[in-house]
Design a protein around this ligand. Structure first.
Ligand code: ADP
Length: 502
């Protein structure tokens, strides 16, 4: 059955048709997609919400900065809202779909040039469509001693989109925005801004120094809708002389608090340079089996059942992996220090572990999580706390109680980045089952609200919760974002609703 055409809010079908005709002139008619079949790849939603609520009116595939400028001019003229995406995966946060129904997706995957990789300074400059796989291959083909830091989506996603969302990985360069240097953005009125040193004529240091002169603007273009980002500078990690990945396991649930309080000083001292993720038994078990093989009764799986199954696969209540990087001489004393500290906290230390994501090996392991129940539903929650054991334990208790009440398992990896801890929680469900979807929707909203009520703000969220989360950060925050939005995009054509900003 043909679907009724989706129109941008407030735009008549005649006006939209004129806009599309002009957009075809800008990008070529083959790069303006409006029919159902062509839009299907953009419409897959993992979140606990019906995809139809977020259906796009079409997709435009621009190939150059000039085309992006041309698209913006047309969209300003006809007030057509545009939702920019880069590699468009955004797994577990909304995929390629816009925050409100009827936006036109501006797909930048055709802009996929690696503009520079500098092995001396360990930097790169990339366009939006560049994937981690592509950058990894580029570096490998040239045999350059540079490492990448992959987010959970691994090879499929790209550094530009992930950095704009302030995504994270698993090496010492895990905080992607902290390792970005210089942006090129196209403002809604078509002007091009290069941040940091990038606007200085004859600059040689765009990817070397982040701040330039005056206000540091780059943050404005992350988790926002103030511009279309067309280039991003990256700092890459020089390949270390050697490394050693360590697994620390705790056999009782109550060890979480001790573990976090042991990790924090080692992270702050720099003895451990990468994030410390403590996977719980449930999350670790998803790599080995499906839920139905373990449990068919209603409700969340009892903890003792999860733990018994986990132990058969060498998993325990809490499983921490981190890596020591450097020369053999540097690693040896650090290994002694961490071994002593973790053993004193009651952990068992295995100093010969392997975790691909911590050592520059692309992998798709994170996707096994989706097989736990099947059906493709996935929502991430990442409430932030200070890196204190008591907070991690409190977050765990909140999550377990809310999820359990709705029959969901607590699958989590509280992760110490430094002074902050992100309690990463996966809510997986069968998206094809309307009852499961409704249950997941209720559980997600209740859990997010419970975290906020306790002062634990989420640091990223899906398209279905952006406004609620932005509002939770307070009226003044909302008003300042709105004022910037109006100054830079007076017609409000860029991604309305992104990060709750309109
Ligand atoms: P990934 O595929 O790496 O997960 P996406 O391309 O899906 O990343 O981008 C994640 C989000 O970041 C998008 O939903 C969009 O809101 C924003 N975004 C992505 N690319 C751009 C861009 N070039 N300019 C502005 N915002 C962008």
């Amino acid at each position: 059955m043909p679907r009724r055409a989706v129109l941008p809010a407030g735009v008549s079908s005649a006006s939209f048709a004129r806009a599309l005709a002009q957009l075809s002139k800008v990008v070529g008619s083959g790069h303006v997609l409006t029919d159902r079949e062509a839009l299907l790849p953009y419409e897959k939603l993992m979140l606990a919400a019906p995809a139809d609520e977020y259906a796009p009116s079409g997709a435009i595939l621009a190939a150059t900065v000039e085309q992006v400028q041309g698209v913006l001019a047309v969209c300003n003229k006809y007030r057509v809202p545009l939702w920019p995406i880069s590699t468009g995966r955004n797994f577990g946060y909304g995929g390629a779909l816009p925050a409100t129904r009827g936006q036109l997706i501006l797909d930048l995957k055709r802009m996929d040039r690696i503009l520079d990789v500098d092995p001396v300074l360990s930097t790169a400059l990339v366009e939006p469509g560049v994937t981690y796989q592509q950058l990894h291959d580029h570096i490998a083909e040239r045999n350059l001693p540079l490492w990448l830091d992959f987010p959970g989506g691994g090879p499929l996603v790209g550094p530009l989109g992930n950095t704009l969302e302030r995504g994270t990985g698993s090496t010492p360069y895990a905080d992607h925005f902290a390792h970005a240097c210089g942006m090129e953005v196209v403002l809604a009125d078509g002007r091009i801004l290069r941040t940091g040193m990038g606007s200085l004529p004859g600059t040689h240091s765009w990817q070397a120094y982040r701040y330039g002169y005056g206000p540091h603007l780059d943050g404005l273009f992350t988790q926002s809708n103030f511009a279309v980002v067309t280039k991003l500078g990256l700092w890459l990690m020089p390949a270390p002389a050697s490394y050693r990945t360590i697994l620390v396991q705790y056999s009782d649930d109550s060890a979480l608090e001790r573990a976090v309080d042991t990790i924090r000083p080692l992270r702050l001292a720099g003895t451990i340079a990468n994030p410390c993720a403590l996977s719980n038994a449930g999350l670790a078990l998803t790599a080995y089996m499906r839920r139905a093989e373990l449990y068919q009764n209603g409700g969340a799986i009892p903890d003792n059942v999860v733990l018994a199954a986990a132990r058969q696969h060498g998993i325990d209540a809490w499983n921490l992996t981190f890596t020591l990087y450097g020369t053999v001489e540097q690693i040896a004393p650090n290994l002694e220090i961490v071994t002593r500290a973790f053993e004193m906290s009651g952990g068992r230390v295995d100093p010969d572990y392997h975790d691909p994501s911590q050592v520059n090996e692309l992998n798709l392991e994170a996707f096994r999580l989706l097989d736990w129940v099947g059906g493709g539903g996935l929502v991430w929650l990442d409430p932030v706390s200070a890196a204190r054991g008591a907070d991690a334990a409190r977050q765990r208790d909140i999550a377990r109680s809310v999820l359990g009440r709705h029959g969901f398992d607590y699958l989590a990896a509280p992760t110490v980045y430094g002074r902050d801890l992100h309690h990463l929680i996966a809510l997986v469900f069968d998206h094809g089952d309307p009852q499961a979807l409704q249950r997941a929707r209720t559980a997600f909203r209740e859990l997010a609200a419970a975290f906020l009520h306790n002062g634990y703000g989420l640091c990223r969220t899906g398209i279905d919760y952006m406004t609620a989360l932005a509002n939770a950060y307070g009226d003044v925050n909302v008003a300042v974002n709105r004022a910037i939005k109006h100054a830079l995009d007076p017609n409000g054509i860029l991604a309305p609703g992104k990060a709750g900003i309109r």
